[in-house]
Design a protein around this ligand. Structure first.
Ligand code: ZN
Length: 504
């Protein structure tokens, strides 16, 4: 490490530390803050955000980056970790300084107003009431994309993706999504002829305190470091890697749906293991200590939640312990009954309630609409019609109303346009990396069946977590799995699991 890089990373670490205090305040807001604290908390968060933004866009930051760029020793090998880090520093700085201040403010205002309008309009099932706010948000986002600039050979949507999935393009995503859409639809039709598993075992009543104990037991067994993390309860579960040695997970419990909490916890744990695996002790606040993007983050959560947590081997391992922890509720359960009950695939209206397989179809529908909007091929007023038609085509269901149709998600009202694809990219990356891990580590099921999750976690740390943002998601995928991102591993995984369960 050179003197120039040390100066840049020290400055960036202080900025990240200020942001981590804000995140801690945000975590507290969602968990333990008394309602009376809301107003002063908003002030605290705004003050910290403004200090952090000033530092991130300051002339000092610019000079520190330039000094690194001119430092031959640092950048002569463009592929070295530090050179890549400087490149990412530059990328972030340019992104942060490209938007004029008034546009940033307008976007923030439109997002907070948009969410209010959306809440009311969804409740009233009134798209016409939501439309002006949506149109305003689309217009501002279009301006945002123009400020960022469309990458050569790309389209405006690519500029939006960059906030969430750096380096990804709409065309590449479509290339993975399009065959996935066809094969998923075909698989669903096939499963429809089979027998839907009995899900009643997931509805037994289990006291939340015991569910919490079960969650902690699984976290510990899978390698989540509870001396460097916590699990608490919230209305909307999340994970926040606050900083070195401190990763917070949250979950929520329903007495009559223990698998909801269990898989929610496993999902957030997957995010948390990524955060704990990043080399933050040395690189906190720099691209080398940071996650690649939302798609890669989601791949870690989906892998632990679905590929590990919904395997037969997982239940063979967990059930004896779960029986002891939760009391009599699971006495009649078998590993196989739990395995079948937690692996269903059936079209439904609401994305957040969708299963692992059909979930991707919900995402592709949103991606197609967003892309068409930013190409100028689709106006906001026509979204409900296109939504309903596409939904019928891909999921085979009639959408009864806009509240359960195109108005179900908060994202568009909050200005999160270009965000949705990362959810499905997460599933694709998860399956492709999991296949590669299986190839490298041998019989993963035998390991899971013994409660031995260390080899998989070690593999993820070495191959993914340890690099921070040294590689872009697509590049890392190619390096580790030997192939570009494809729909095939996810389909092999889903068909291989679901066909036998449905008996088709
Ligand atoms: Zn997630």
């Amino acid at each position: 490490m050179t003197r120039t890089y040390r100066a840049l990373s020290a400055y960036a670490r202080t900025t990240a530390t200020i942001e981590s205090v804000a995140r801690l305040a945000g975590w507290d807001q969602e968990t333990y803050m008394p309602p009376g604290g809301a107003e002063s908390r908003a002030e605290q968060l705004a003050a910290l955000a403004s200090i952090a933004h000033e530092r991130k866009t300051s002339s000092q930051m610019r000079e520190l980056i330039e000094a690194c760029e001119q430092d031959r020793e640092l950048t002569s090998d463009a592929e070295s970790a530090y050179a890549r880090s400087v490149h990412e520093f530059r990328h972030d700085f340019d992104r942060a300084t490209k938007l004029p201040g008034d546009l940033v403010e307008e976007l923030a205002r439109a997002a907070s107003r948009g969410q209010q309008v959306w809440k009311q309009a969804r409740k009233a099932n009134d798209f016409a009431a939501f439309r002006p706010a949506l149109e305003a948000m689309i217009e501002l986002t279009r301006r945002k994309a123009e400020c960022y600039g469309v990458p050569r050979g790309g389209e405006p949507y690519d500029a939006l993706l960059e906030d969430y999935e750096p380096g990804a393009t709409a065309r590449e995503i479509e290339a993975a999504f399009s065959p996935l859409r066809d094969r998923l639809s075909a698989m669903l039709a096939e499963l429809g002829k089979g027998e839907h598993p009995d899900e009643s075992i997931t509805r037994v009543k289990i006291d939340p305190a015991r569910q919490h104990e079960l969650g902690l037991f699984v976290l510990k067994a899978m390698g989540f470091d509870l001396d460097a993390g916590r699990l608490d309860t919230t209305t909307h579960p999340f994970c926040d890697g606050l900083g070195p040695g401190d990763t917070r997970l949250t979950t929520r419990y329903r007495e009559d749906h223990f698998t909801g909490a269990l898989y929610g916890t496993l999902h957030e744990m997957g995010h948390g293991l990524y955060e704990q695996g990043l080399p933050k002790a040395d690189h906190f606040g720099t691209p080398l200590g940071d996650a690649i993007g939302l798609g890669m983050h989601e791949s870690q959560s989906r892998m632990w939640e679905n590929m590990v947590g919904r395997s037969l081997a997982f239940w063979e391992w967990l059930l004896p312990y779960a029986r002891k922890i939760v009391g009599g509720a699971l006495d009649s359960a078998t590993p196989r009954s739990l395995y079948a009950a937690t692996n269903t695939a059936k079209a439904s209206l609401i994305r957040v309630e969708a299963d692992e397989a059909t979930y991707n179809l919900h995402i592709m529908l949103r991606f197609g609409i967003e892309r068409a909007v930013f190409r100028g091929d689709l106006a906001a007023r026509d979204i409900p019609g296109v939504w309903d038609e596409t939904f019928k085509q891909t999921l085979g269901l009639d959408v009864p109303d806009d509240a359960r149709g195109c108005m179900q998600d908060v994202h568009w009202s909050a200005g999160l346009l270009g965000y949705f694809p990362t959810y499905a990219l997460g599933n694709l990356y998860a399956a492709q990396f999991f296949e590669a891990a299986r190839r490298d580590l041998g019989d993963l099921d035998a390991q899971f069946g013994r409660g031995d999750f260390a080899p998989l976690l070690g593999w993820l740390k070495t191959n993914i977590h340890a690099h921070g943002r040294r590689f872009r998601a697509g590049e890392l995928c190619q390096r580790v799995t030997g192939r570009a991102l494809s729909h095939a591993p996810l389909m092999r995984y889903l068909e291989g699991k679901l066909r036998p369960i449905y008996g088709v």
